[in-house]
Structure formats: C-alpha cells, structure tokens
Design a protein around this ligand. Structure first.
Ligand code: NAD
Ligand code: DAU
Length: 339
C-alpha cells in the first residue's frame, strides 16, 4: 500500500500561466495546510494578476527563470515538492520560432532535475498528450500510458524530450518523480492566442472567428480545474516513477466547438472565416484516463462541456481588462501568418 505524501511547502513553476495559476487557486481553496511558492519568468504568457487575489501568507511569487541554477539553489531548500508547469506552450509559436521551446522546455527541465537530484525533493512533471502524436479521425483507439511517443511539432517534441529526461533521471538517479500527460484544457486565464479564448474575444471585438484547415481536427477538452485535481492526486497518491494520463472524455471537432461558441454568444453558427492550416496540424487527440481513475479514484467534476464553455465565455466577457492588452499584438501575429 502506498503511504500518501503530505506536502506543506510546494514550488509551482509557471504558476502565473493559464493552468499553473488555476492549480495554485485549486491548492489554496482546497488544501489550507499548504504554502505555495510560484516560480515564474513572466514571459508574454505569464500574468501576476492571475494569482493576485490569493492571500499573501499562502502564496509567494518569485520572478525568475527555471534555467537559473543559482536561483534554484536559493529557492528549493525548505520545500517538499516541485510541480513543474512552466513551459513555452503554444504550437503556432513553436513553428515560427522553436528556440525558446528548446531552452525552457528542455534545458529548463534539465536544470530542475539536477536541482531535484541535489536536494532530493519530490517532483511532478506536467506534460501533454501531444507527445503521442495524433490519431486518425476514424481510429477507435485512444492514447494510453503504453502508446509510443511520436511528437509532430517543435513544441510537442520538446515536451516529449523533457518527459524522456524525467524518466532517465528517475531510473539513473532514483529521483522521486511522476509524470502526467493531459489533453486540451479550457477555462479562465487562458491566453488569447489559444483556440477557445481567441474565438470568444474575436466575437466580443466584432471580428470573425478563425478556423484552421477543414475544422475537422478533434481535441479532447477538459475543464482546467479537473486537471488541477488530477495533478494534486498524482502528487500526493501517485506511485513514484509512474506516468498517468489525464482526460475527461471530451472529444469534439474544432468546428463543433466554434459553432457552440458562436451560438452561445448569439451569433450565426456560420459567421466565421476559414484560414490557412497549421503546418503538420495534428488530426485528433483522445485520452484513455482509466489508469488514473482506477488507481487513484480520480474523476472529473466538470463533464458538461456546454456549461463549462458558457462559464468560460462569461469570464472573458467580465474580465476584458485582463486580456485586452494582449489581444491586438496576438492578432497582428496571426495576420502575418495568414491565420
Ligand atoms: P502558459 O503558456 O499559459 O503558461 C506558461 C507559464 O510558464 C507562464 O506563466 C510563463 O511566464 C512561464 N514560463 C515560461 N518560461 C519560463 C521559464 N523559463 N522560467 C519560468 N517560468 C517560465 O501555459 P499553460 O497552457 O498554462 O501550460 C502549462 C503546462 O501545462 C505546460 O507545461 C504545458 O505543456 C502543459 N499542458 C498544457 C495543456 C493546455 O491545454 N494548455 C494541456 C496539457 C499540458
Ligand atoms: O493537447 C494538449 C495541448 O493543447 C497542450 O499541450 C498545448 O500547450 C495547448 O496549447 C493545446 O495545443 P493545441 O495546439 O491543441 O491548442 P490550440 O488552442 O492552439 O488549438 C486547438 C485547435 O484549434 C487546434 O486543432 C488548432 C485549432 N485552431 C487554433 C487557433 C488558435 C483554429 O482552428 N483556429 C485558431 O485560431
């Protein structure tokens, strides 16, 4: 039987980004005994506003780079665990300029692992289902922990590389690690470069939403709070050295999601533009999360996608000041790419 791990002081890297900040909210709201140190470089994707409402005695923000080993030496002693979210996370950016992805996702993970080795601290590595490549639209299969790695984009290849480093450091040096690979998240605080927030904010701004390629590509959507609860369960109850896939049975084609957004916002379901496809665009992701459910008793709470989408739309409508500053520059970048 596995003895539950009960961390009191954790470091969350990338805790000012979309999923990292949602995880920090989840920990503060559900685990009053835990203090969180957020380590975040505050790139274009990191926003301290995401955690500004949380009590200062529960959450401390340290602005810095995960590649800075001297900073890690200063920071890590006194903590029980690192939950590693920090990454360059957007596929389109990785196609235009891969180098920052190599640096943060590969070198950054290497630097963290070396510190984890030095201080013998528990480490959870947050990864993505994209490391498995894609599935055909009509393939009955879903990804499992046994699916071979076959990443397609510069982004997913750097995430796959970082997973490999974690596995090698665990086996060679006996580190106490776990890895999770999750499907597409949606919810509050997601940058307007990503599919769902981009379309919602385009509609608010009176622009037409933009759909890549044929719109048939399928993503397996999970509400971000469900990702947070799964990561918490893996950190505290997961078996050391194991990988767990996280998903909520939320497969939908992009055109289906876009039409749901348009209808929910009172627009005609065909009121969008077809734009240039993403090079190497993965067709379909689908997660079989039965290992996580069976071993750790996890299950998602937000399985009504239409309701989650409405809540997300409401959040962007009510929090225009949060996304306004990033919107124009994001759209200029897309326009330069014909998207
Ligand atoms: P995001 O781009 O919204 O946030 C990334 C955060 O990391 C930002 O706050 C940024 O400032 C910080 N950061 C970047 N480089 C850094 C560095 N060198 N040092 C310190 N901080 C740095 O990303 P996200 O969508 O929240 O994704 C978080 C993690 O979850 C990533 O590892 C990603 O691969 C993984 N993931 C994302 C999804 C998804 O749907 N978005 C799904 C599965 C897994
Ligand atoms: O599967 C998990 C991954 O999900 C994470 O690892 C990544 O960090 C995260 O960004 C996300 O990757 P995707 O590439 O699937 O997400 P994105 O929001 O960029 O796009 C979702 C789908 O929508 C994809 O098929 C491309 C399409 N798309 C995207 C944009 C921005 C459009 O059709 N139009 C758009 O304007």
């Amino acid at each position: 039987m596995c003895i539950p791990f009960e961390p009191k002081n954790i470091i969350v890297t990338g805790g000012c980004g979309f999923i990292g900040s949602n995880f920090v909210h989840y920990v503060v709201n559900n685990h009053p005994e835990v203090h969180v140190t957020v380590l975040d470089k505050l790139t274009y994707a990191g926003n301290p506003e995401n955690i500004a409402s949380l009590p200062k005695d529960r959450v401390e923000l340290v602005v810095g780079d995960i590649c800075d080993s001297a900073l890690l030496d200063e920071l890590i002693p006194g903590h029980d665990a690192i939950v590693h979210y920090a990454a360059e996370s957007h596929n389109d950016n990785s196609i235009n300029d891969p180098f920052p992805f190599l640096r943060t996702n590969v070198e950054g993970t290497y630097r963290l692992l070396e510190s984890v080795r030095k201080y013998n601290i528990r480490y959870h590595h947050v990864s993505t289902d994209e490391v498995y490549g894609d599935l055909a639209l009509d393939d009955p299969a879903r990804f499992t922990e046994q699916t071979p790695y076959r990443p397609s984009s510069p982004y997913s290849s750097t995430k796959a590389s970082s997973d490999m480093l974690v596995r090698a450091w665990t086996r060679t040096y006996g580190l106490r690690t776990t890895i999770s690979n999750c499907s597409n998240n949606y919810g509050p605080y997601q940058h307007v470069e990503k599919f769902i927030p981009r379309q919602i904010t385009n509609i608010i701004d009176g622009r037409r939403p933009k759909l890549y390629g044929s719109g048939e590509n399928v993503r397996d959507w999970i509400y971000t709070e469900d990702h947070s609860s799964a990561v918490w369960d893996i950190l505290t109850k997961g078996r050391i050295g194991e990988t767990y896939l996280i998903g909520a049975d939320g497969e939908k084609s992009n055109i289906e999601v876009l039409r749901m957004i348009l209808r929910a916002m009172g627009r005609d379901a065909d009121d969008f533009d077809w734009v240039a496809d993403r090079p190497g665009h993965d067709r379909r992701y689908a997660i079989d999360s039965s290992k996580l459910r069976r071993e750790l008793g996890w299950k998602p709470q937000h399985t009504d996608f239409a309701a989650g989408l409405k809540r997300t739309i409401k959040w962007y409508v009510e929090n225009e000041s949060w996304w306004r500053q990033a919107k124009a520059a994001t759209e200029e970048k897309y326009q330069r790419n014909g998207q």
